[in-house]
Design a protein around this ligand. Structure first.
Ligand SMILES: [Zn+2]
Length: 269
């Protein structure tokens, strides 16, 4: 792992600014190995995700389960404390439809959570980051809904929710029609800073995803994915296999999301 400092000189809507993004790049071999650690049964997934978090250094009190009413498996939450109370939440569901291997939908997102934690753990930050593996997404966003309900009781304040669902089928894409436009703007800035691709692909009418539970409570949220018209039929069926994932594209998405989180830490309030 090497510490990367990227000078950021971009002209955004907010005006010209120049600052430095800091994060530690996790090697591609580690990203691939964590992707290949998927299991095909829902019941095995939360322990598998826990092992990845622990390998990345998120252990002890930092790693907590959130059981909820109606849950078969709990949500799994890894917390990286910052200087301010306001939080940036990075979410990905780990449950699957057991007709395929569920590696695309959505171990591709869930297994990145540990590496994103690792990439930010040893650099200065303002916000508290929470990396949340949601359960029960495929049964109606159960985990993310339960999370939002619990948040209201604890008065947790979330400045941004970044949801990862179904990555590596193509270059990084954003569901722009359902995204907070400020969060989408910073994703564009992160992409141009890193010289990495991102495009808008809206998947309205296809289904739902965990960011919608947060949007329903007026919390700024965005979903990053990789679906296109051609790859849509792969979801929830036997073609959801690891061979469908393009590792070059998947690793570029990891690097972009990591830089994006470092940028959001500076830019959102
Ligand atoms: Zn999904």
């Amino acid at each position: 792992m090497s510490l990367r400092r990227v000078a950021l000189f971009a002209c955004a809507v907010a005006g010209a600014f120049a600052q430095e993004l800091q994060f530690a790049v996790v090697p591609r071999s580690v990203i691939e190995q964590r992707l290949s650690a998927f299991t095909r049964k829902n019941a095995d997934r939360e322990p598998a995700l826990r092992r990845l978090f622990e390998a990345a250094g998120c252990t002890g009190d930092a790693l907590t389960e959130q059981p909820y009413k109606g849950a078969k498996e709990p949500n799994l939450i890894c917390t990286l404390t910052g200087e301010v109370e306001s939080e940036i939440l990075v979410g990905a569901h780990f449950d699957l439809v057991e007709k395929g291997s569920g590696v695309v939908d959505n171990w591709s997102g869930a297994s990145l959570l540990a590496s994103l934690y690792q990439g930010l753990a040893d650099v200065p930050r303002r916000h508290t980051f929470r990396f949340v593996g949601f359960s029960g997404e495929e049964r109606g966003l159960l985990g993310s809904r339960a999370y939002v309900r619990a948040m209201e009781k604890t008065h947790e304040s979330v400045a941004a929710m970044v949801n990862l669902d179904t990555l590596g089928l193509a270059e990084t894409e954003v569901w722009l029609s359902r995204a907070d436009l400020n969060l989408a703007k910073w994703l564009g800035v992160a992409a141009s800073t890193m010289n990495l691709p991102v495009s808008a692909v809206n998947v309205d009418g296809v289904g739902s995803t965990d960011s919608e539970s947060f949007r329903a409570k007026k919390i700024p949220a965005i979903t990053i994915h990789s679906l296109t018209t051609e790859t849509l039929p792969l979801l929830h069926g036997p073609k959801d296999q690891v061979e469908a994932i393009h590792m070059d594209q998947y690793y570029r998405t990891f690097r972009l999301v990591l830089a994006y989180l470092a940028l959001l830490d500076q830019q959102v309030r």
